[in-house]
Design a protein around this ligand. Structure first.
Ligand code: SF4
Length: 575
C-alpha cells in the first residue's frame, strides 16, 4: 500500500513568501499588523493569523497606524498610496511574478500603449494590474469579449498569472490574425499548469485521489475537478477531519495533492492519517512492526537507543574499552531530555506532529515520571564514576531543562530572547553539542580527565552527525516552527540552503572519518563507520527527489542511522 504525494502539493513560491512575511511581521514591524484583504483562501491559515493578532482590513480608513501587508496578488498603486497617506507602514508581499506583469503594464502605459488583460474582472490580481494601466486598460474574461474591443494604435496583451493557457492561446491567435502589431506577453505562471498536469498524471497511477485545500480556493477546486475527470474516486477536503476513511479503506494506492494556498502542516496531518489507516489494514508482522516503530519514536526510546549506539561507536573510535557506563548514561540523558523538552515545548508539535502532541497530552504523568527516573538514574551512574562526571552531567541536565524556561525578564531585549530556545538556531546547535559532549567528551574525560586530539575529532564527528539529523527534522517542520516563532536553522538559511549545507557536512564527515582512520588518529572503525554519512546522504537525496515522504517511516530511518553505527561497531569489535 502506498501514498503518493504530488511534488507540486502546497504553497507556490508567491503564497509561501507572503505567508512567511505575515508570520514574521509581528516580530519585525510596527504592530498592529493587518493584511489588506484575506491573505490566502485557506481558513486554517486565516484563523492562525487571527490568533497571532493579524487582522484583515477590506477598506482603507482615512487615518491608521501599524503595518499593512499587501498580499501576493498585489494591489493598484493608488491603494498603496492611500495606505501610506493614512499612516500605515507597508510590507509589500506581492509575488515577484505579479510585479513583473505590473511593470510591463506600467512601462507600456507610459509610452501610450493600451493594456488588454486576459483574466477574471473581479480577481484581486486583475484589479491591481488594471491600476497600472493609466486608465487605458481593458479586462477580457471570454473569447467573445475581444469582438467588443476597439482597434488600438498601440496595445499590449498580458494575462492574469493563473489564467487558463488554452484561452490565452486563442487570444494570441485572434491578435496575430487581426492586430499583428499588438505586443503579446505570456505572463501565465507555470506553477498552476505544472500542478494541474501532475494531478492528472497522479490520478492515472492510483486508486483514489485526495485534494487538500480550502473549499473556497479556486485553484484547489480546479485540481479536484481534474482529479474527478480521471474517473477515479476523488475527495476535496480541507483537513484530515474530513477524510472518509471508510471509502478509502479498499484503495491500495492513494494520490495526495494540495492547492497553492494549503500549508504543508495540513497536508502532513492528512498524510499521517492515511498512514495510520494503512497501518490498521496491515496484518501480522507488518502491523506489529509499524506499531513498535510508532511507540519507540513517540516515547523517544528509539532516539535514546540511537544515542547509546553513537556513544558506543564514539568510545571505540577513541579506543576506550570500558564503554558500558557511558553508553548507559547517554541513553538515560537523551531519553530524559527529549521527553522533558517534548512535554514543555509541544506547541509546535500541534502543527508538525499532531500525533505526538496528543500522545504527550494523554500520557503526561507517565512520561514525566519516566523522564525523571531516566535523568536521576543517569546522574547516579555518573556519580558512581566520580564527582567530575557527575558535575558535567548535572550541569548539562540543568542546561537542557532550562531550554524551554523563561530565564530573562520581559523588559530585556524587547522580551524576544527570554528562553534559550528563543536564540535563533539554538535548538539544532545545542542538541548536537549536548549529544556530542555526552557521547564523546564525557567518556574520554571520565576515563583520563583530559581531552586528546582523538577526542576532539570524535566530538566533531558526533556533533556534526547529530546536527545533520536535527536540522533535517527541522526542515520537515519548517512551517510549524515558523508559526510558533521558532527560528531554526532552515528558517534562518532557507530550506534549499539547509539541505545543501547538510550534504556538505556529510561529505566533510566522510572525509574526516577516512583520513583520521588512515592516519591512525582514530581507530580503524572509522573506515567502516563511513557507511553512516553515506546512508544519511541517500536518505536526504531520496527525500529531495520525493521518493521518501515525511512520516513515521522516514523518521525511523533517520534515527536508524545511529543504531547502524552501533551495529557496525559490534561487527568491528568481533573482527
Ligand atoms: S501562482 Fe505564480 S504568480 Fe501566483 S502567487 Fe503563486 S507563484 Fe506567484
Amino acid at each position: 500500500m502506498k501514498i503518493l504525494l504530488a511534488k507540486t502539493a502546497g504553497f507556490c513560491m508567491g503564497v509561501r513568501r507572503a505567508v512567511e512575511m505575515a508570520l514574521d511581521a509581528p516580530n519585525k514591524h510596527e504592530n498592529p499588523i493587518y493584511t489588506y484583504g484575506p491573505l490566502i483562501h485557506n481558513p486554517h491559515v486565516l484563523d492562525l493569523l487571527k490568533e497571532k493578532g493579524i487582522s484583515v482590513i477590506d477598506d482603507i480608513p482615512d487615518h491608521g497606524s501599524g503595518t499593512v501587508l499587501i498580499r501576493a496578488h498585489g494591489v493598484p498603486p493608488q491603494a498603496k498610496e492611500k495606505l501610506k497617506k493614512a499612516g500605515f507602514t507597508i510590507i509589500d508581499a506581492t509575488c515577484p511574478r505579479v510585479i513583473m506583469v505590473q511593470t510591463i503594464i506600467k512601462k507600456h502605459a507610459r509610452q501610450g500603449y493600451t493594456s488588454i488583460i486576459i483574466g477574471d474582472k473581479d480577481h484581486p490580481e486583475v484589479v491591481g494590474l488594471l491600476g497600472y494601466s493609466d486608465g487605458k486598460g481593458y479586462v477580457i474574461d471570454n473569447i467573445n469579449g475581444l469582438d467588443y474591443l476597439p482597434a488600438f494604435e498601440k496595445a499590449i496583451i498580458v494575462a492574469q498569472t493563473t489564467q487558463n493557457t488554452q484561452f490565452f492561446e486563442e487570444v494570441k491567435k485572434w491578435a496575430d490574425k487581426k492586430f499583428p502589431h499588438y505586443k503579446i506577453f505570456n505572463t501565465i505562471c507555470d506553477s498552476t499548469s505544472k500542478r494541474q498536469a501532475e494531478v492528472k498524471h497522479l490520478a492515472n497511477s492510483v486508486d483514489a485521489v485526495i485534494v487538500v485545500g480550502g473549499h473556497n480556493s479556486g485553484n484547489t477546486r480546479r485540481l479536484a475537478e481534474i482529479a474527478k475527470e480521471s474517473g477515479k474516486p476523488s475527495y476535496h477536503i480541507e483537513s484530515e477531519d474530513e477524510l472518509d476513511l471508510k471509502a478509502l479503506s479498499s484503495a491500495q494506492n492513494i494520490g495526495l495533492t494540495a492547492g497553492a494556498s494549503t500549508p504543508n502542516w495540513i497536508t502532513k496531518r492528512v498524510y499521517r492519517s492515511l498512514e495510520s489507516l494503512f497501518f490498521k489494514k496491515e496484518r501480522g508482522w507488518r502491523k506489529a512492526f509499524f506499531s513498535i516503530q510508532r511507540s519507540l519514536l513517540l516515547t523517544n526510546i528509539y532516539v535514546s537507543l540511537g544515542a547509546g549506539c553513537l556513544c558506543y561507536a564514539c568510545t571505540r573510535l577513541q579506543g576506550i574499552e570500558h564503554y558500558f557506563p557511558h553508553v548507559l548514561i547517554s541513553i538515560l540523558y537523551v531519553l530524559s531530555m527529549h521527553i522533558l523538552n517534548n512535554l514543555t515545548g509541544s506547541k509546535s508539535d500541534q502543527y508538525n506532529d499532531p500525533e505526538r502532541a496528543v500522545f504527550y497530552k494523554k500520557n503526561k504523568g507517565f512520561l514525566a515520571v519516566l523522564a525523571v527516573i531516566a535523568g536521576s538514574a543517569g546522574l547516579i551512574a555518573a556519580y558512581l564514576m566520580g564527582i567530575t562526571p557527575f558535575l558535567i552531567l548535572f550541569f548539562m541536565s540543568l542546561f537542557g531543562l532550562s531550554y524551554n524556561i523563561r530565564l530573562v525578564p520581559e523588559s530585556l531585549f524587547g522580551g524576544r530572547y527570554r528562553r534559550i530556545r528563543d536564540i535563533p538556531g539554538s535548538k539544532t546547535v545545542l542538541i548536537a553539542a549536548a549529544w556530542g559532549i555526552v557521547t564523546s567528551i564525557f567518556p574520554a574525560f571520565s576515563v583520563s580527565e583530559s581531552i586528546s586530539i582523538r577526542t576532539v575529532i570524535v566530538f566533531f564527528l558526533s556533533t556534526c552527525m547529530v546536527f545533520v539529523r536535527t536540522a533535517f527534522f527541522d526542515t520537515l517542520d519548517i512551517q510549524g516552527d515558523r508559526i510558533v516563532g521558532r527560528a531554526t536553522i532552515p528558517i534562518l538559511l532557507g530550506e534549499k540552503q539547509t539541505m545543501f549545507l547538510l550534504k556538505i557536512m556529510l561529505t566533510v564527515i566522510l572525509v574526516i572519518l577516512l583520513l583520521s582512520s588512515a592516519f591512525q588518529l582514530i581507530s580503524t572503525l572509522g573506515f567502516l563507520l563511513a557507511i553512516c554519512p553515506v546512508f544519511m546522504s541517500i536518505i536526504l537525496s531520496a527525500y529531495e527527489r520525493g521518493n521518501m515522504l515525511p512520516g513515521i517511516r522516514l523518521e525511523f530511518l533517520v534515527e536508524t542511522n545511529f543504531v547502524l553505527a552501533g551495529i557496525i561497531t559490534i561487527i568491528w569489535s568481533w573482527l
